[in-house]
Write a protein that binds this ligand. Structure first.
Ligand code: WT7
Length: 633
């Protein structure tokens, strides 16, 4: 990287000639300007690079806003583009997926040819379980290759997958299975997390006690420990694989571009998680095109996104985006520092990873162990680094840039959401970088930053971050609740998509994300709702009422703090506080474990009964509590 040009303000990192010469789009400004003239045309050109059983009559139908439709009248299937189409080319024998177990004792590799065999087998089995086009299948697994097969298999036969992150527990899983009315659950006997067994199948058994929709459970053997199997309902995957129905070709279903592909639950301001719905056509074009330009993937790359397939990052950039691009994906079962803090660096060296995409929380965590760990490894295969999930602090950015990327890999800070499906604000490799800024909107997109009344704020001022233009991978609705879709995203500022984030724009047009403006907490990049944490707490017999808030945390970005009002007869004690932390972890999942439980006699509420989180946040940080005139007493 060379010296900053004088016209840019602050700390700026320019791409080297080498980076520019390697990148397919060298002139970002020109491409951006052209795309903005006619975004639908830009996306149509992208769509033309993929295969369709029938092309569209219209690229974008915005006649029923905010229910936008893309590639109207077209027929395709995302699995056709992620798997089938590569079989006709030199990619047939190329590696599609490389997997390594947490303990490093096993690795498994799949060419596109064998990926197709695995996906077809799983698809045949899902079909044999009676699942038809449009029906929901819940997938609750660890990071093993079968999670990828299961997602692609559902898509192949037109079933709607609903992946629930394997780190969630009973309450979260139960709510999601019940809301989606899944007839089939695909799981593993268990998974490993830092050497410890997570009993996934037992959590499924517990969760479905109140889910009458579930007829069958497919269980993949991963750990080999004993699990109860209910005859007629529970089936070992390896047993099903030996049945004649599993073998043979499986036709890829012809789908309408607007047919649902998956739902993915995510937390909002209030109430239960929202089932975000994505479709075959638009999501396919969006993930394909964004990955192609933003990480500039090509056939020589080995792409590693460290997210879990159970979050949108994994859906879009472990499974669909990379495979549609015909890339080689690396999937690792474990986390960053088990058994030692060099686990990830070791894997980059071992597999020759060229693009490494992770989260600020992981970078901060690994940075803490010092430079000696990464310096033990040859990381020279890397050419691009990426970050996602929360704002990256400049200190972590610089460590990533200098120590991991050896000053030759641009840091691609991608801002997007479960709802957006694909990258929205992000550089490409040739864009000058400012540590901590996700830079500028992706091709075809424009943002607005506005005040409470929808007026654009001045340069450098904070405001609500809105997206102006529709894009193909945008959510189509909240499954089963279209009113909530309109209310959550399109009502406060009509005609524009409200992201739920606040941001500011500097004089060079760079966007700086500040954080959520709603009651969403980002713990280690994971999105959790205060409502979910509070409903887990309230199921404990000692809890009368509670409020959860997010406070800044050095490694996690934000940590969960809870205020608890006890029922009469229960005494405040450190033991009870620990029990409550444990309770939340057990019910919702270890990621939701509160950092601290604070006792409170009475929660501060407005006269209409809303908890004043602002007051709690100020109180917890020892800051002035501000205007209290709306407090009930
Ligand atoms: C929220 C969405 C899809 C990405 C994974 C999280 C925050 C995401 C960034 C970034 C600053 C970011 C926002 C957003 N966020 N990426 N690069 N810089 N903040 O998806 O769970 O739907 O969360 O994550 O607050 O609204 P998600």
């Amino acid at each position: 990287m060379s010296n900053p040009k004088p016209e840019m303000e602050g700390d700026v990192y320019f791409p080297s000639h080498e980076v520019i010469s390697q990148t397919r789009i060298k002139d970002w400004d020109k491409t951006s300007k052209e795309a903005l003239k006619d975004p639908a045309k830009f996306w149509e050109n992208e769509a033309n690079e993929l295969e369709w059983f029938k092309k569209w009559d219209k690229v974008l139908d915005d006649s029923d806003k905010p229910f936008f439709k893309w590639f109207v009248g077209a027929k395709t299937n995302i699995t056709h583009n992620a798997v089938d189409r590569h079989l006709k080319t030199y990619r047939k024998n190329k590696l599609a997926l490389i997997w390594e177990s947490e303990d490093g004792k096993q690795d498994r590799t799949f060419s596109y040819y064998s990926l197709n065999r695995e996906v077809s087998r799983m698809a045949n089995i899902i079909k044999a379980m009676g699942i038809r086009k449009g029906e929901r299948v819940t997938i609750y697994m660890g990071r093993v290759p079968e999670i990828v097969f299961a997602m692609l298999a559902c898509a192949k036969i037109g079933a709607i997958h609903s992946v629930v992150f394997g780190g969630f527990s009973v309450d979260a899983l139960q709510g999601r299975i019940a809301d989606s009315e899944s007839k089939l659950v695909i799981t593993c006997d268990g998974s490993y997390q830092n050497g410890k067994l997570v009993e996934l199948k037992r959590i499924v058994d517990e969760s479905i006690k109140h889910c009458p929709s579930v007829e069958n459970i497919i269980v993949i053997k991963r750990t080999g420990h004993d699990v109860p199997m209910e005859a007629g309902r529970d089936h070992w995957y390896h047993d099903l694989c030996s049945l004649p129905i599993a073998n043979g070709k499986c036709a890829t279903e012809v789908m309408d571009a607007e047919d649902p592909l998956f739902i993915l639950y995510t937390s909002g301001s209030t109430g239960k998680p929202k089932a975000i719905l994505h479709t075959h056509g638009g999501y396919m074009v969006g993930t394909y095109s964004t990955l192609k330009y933003v990480f500039d993937v090509n056939d020589e790359d080995r792409f590693w996104c460290t997210a879990d397939p159970g979050w949108i990052t994994g859906h879009s950039y472990i499974v669909y985006g990379p495979l549609i691009n015909g890339s080689t994906v690396f999937l690792f079962e474990g986390g960053p520092s088990f058994p030692y803090p060099n686990r990830w660096w070791q894997l980059i060296e071992k597999y020759g990873i060229t693009i490494f995409y992770t989260a600020p929380t992981a970078i901060r965590g690994l940075m803490r162990f010092g430079d000696a760990w990464p310096n033990k490894h040859d990381l020279s295969s890397l050419r691009l680094l990426g970050s996602v999930g929360e704002p990256i602090n400049p200190e972590a950015w610089k460590w990533f840039f200098h120590v991991i990327g050896k000053e030759k890999c641009p840091i691609i800070d991608t801002w997007w959401q479960t709802e957006t499906g694909s990258f929205m604000i992000t550089p490409t490799p040739v864009v000058p970088l400012k540590p901590g800024s996700a830079t500028r909107p992706f091709f075809g997109q424009e943002v607005e930053i506005v005040d409470e009344d929808g007026n654009q704020v001045e340069t450098d001022a904070e405001g609500y971050l809105l997206l102006k233009n529709p894009w193909p991978a945008m959510l189509r609705t909240i499954y089963g609740d279209p009113d909530r879709y309109v209310k959550s995203y399109w009502s406060k500022f009509p005609g524009k998509y409200m992201t739920g984030d606040s941001a500011r724009r500097d004089k060079d047009g760079y966007i700086w994300i500040i954080g959520r403006v709603d009651d969403v907490i980002k713990v280690s990049g994971h999105r959790l709702g205060t409502a979910e944490i509070e409903s887990a707490l309230i199921t404990h017999p000692a809890v009368a009422e509670s409020a959860a808030i997010g406070l800044p945390h050095e490694i996690k970005g934000q940590a969960i703090y809870c205020f608890v009002q006890l029922k009469p007869g229960f005494g405040q004690s450190e033991e009870l506080a620990e029990e409550l932390r444990q309770h939340v972890a057990q019910h919702l999942g270890p990621i939701a474990r509160p950092e601290e439980i604070n006792w409170i006699d009475k929660l501060p509420k407005t006269r209409s009964g809303k908890i004043m989180r602002r007051v709690l946040k100020a109180r917890a940080q020892g800051l002035p509590e501000g205007d209290l005139t709306t407090l009930e007493d």
